[in-house]
Design a protein around this ligand. Sequence first.
Ligand SMILES: NC(=O)c1ccc[n+]([C@@H]2O[C@H](COP(=O)([O-])OP(=O)(O)OC[C@H]3O[C@@H](n4cnc5c(N)ncnc54)[C@H](OP(=O)(O)O)[C@@H]3O)[C@@H](O)[C@H]2O)c1
Length: 324
Amino acid sequence: MNILITGGTGLVGTRLSAVLTEAGHHVALLSRTLAPGSPCRTFQWDPAASTIDPAAVPFADAVVNLAGANVGEGQWTAARKQELLASRVDGLALLHHELAKPGHQVRTVVSASAIGLYGTTGDALVTEDTLPVGHDLLADLTQAWEQAAAPLAALGLRVVVPRIGVVLSLAGGALPALAEPVKLGFGAPLGSGQQWLSWIHIDDLCRLFLAMLTDEAWQGPYNAVAPGPATNAAFTTALAEVLHRPLLLPRIPAFILQLAMGEQSEMVLTGKRVSAAKVLAQGFAFEFPGLREALQAFYAPTLTIGPQPAQPLVAGAGSADGGK
Ligand SMILES: NC(=O)c1ccc[n+]([C@@H]2O[C@H](COP(=O)([O-])OP(=O)(O)OC[C@H]3O[C@@H](n4cnc5c(N)ncnc54)[C@H](OP(=O)(O)O)[C@@H]3O)[C@@H](O)[C@H]2O)c1
């Protein structure tokens, strides 16, 4: 299958490109820049200017849409909030415009979303049918993102929407940021520590994307999270155990994080306990369903010899997480 990935130069897309290629698919990226030396064929687009290489969509049998400005980067100024939104809805509008034209073979679009949709949840598991709980920045942003993807289904395409949890990878994102203070002996639960963290190992996420692309039974929204969410305190404790470090510090009070991070403290202080029941019912088997095994896959058996390669994702393929 020819698969076009928007935002494919990022954390998820880089690993996903490798996994799909290992599985025998032909991957091309749709990027704002043509980086020399990219392992994948790259088409250029500029969602803000509504321009796209006219050969990009005709290349594809399926599209994976990952493009979006990173919510963890930069201060959430009014201009940045606008960029977070525009980088998602402009790209989808441009894709819709191209996919509405005749002369392409695309039948499937997997368009990323996020569990941020649900807002702050309590201890009850939220499912795909749960309406957003409260309206914070990420909930509003994600709602608009999904609304921008919805018209693609009216084109007769199979549209799958993975609501992605906190992606665990050594190459970036939340895990290195959470692990670094623990490694240095400064690890501590954040805020109450009781807020839920619904995570997914990057290799399970990529295998989930592969299933969504290749199995026509997948359609609509799915929570892309492992079945074992943890509270922030339990996550920090598991990290400390896997890294063989003590947890000496008391909890870091919420107001300190609010002072240090401003509105972005929402990302670490609010919790989401999200159900994986729907992807399990669809037949997806997680390689890393539990937190400890996921963390051990990255850090075990000891820090001194570094990360261990997990099992190949595809028979005969290379190391998990790109060996990063
Ligand atoms: N990582 C997570 O824990 C997580 C959790 C939930 C949801 N997600 C979502 O899943 C998607 C992929 O995640 P990721 O961690 O791989 O993200 P990432 O590393 O930040 O990469 C996103 C990609 O989007 C493109 N992009 C960045 N700014 C843009 C802008 N202003 N306009 C258009 N495109 C822009 C870039 O590709 P080019 O430079 O090649 O154009 C970038 O490589 C993102 O949309 C993210 O919000 C991620």
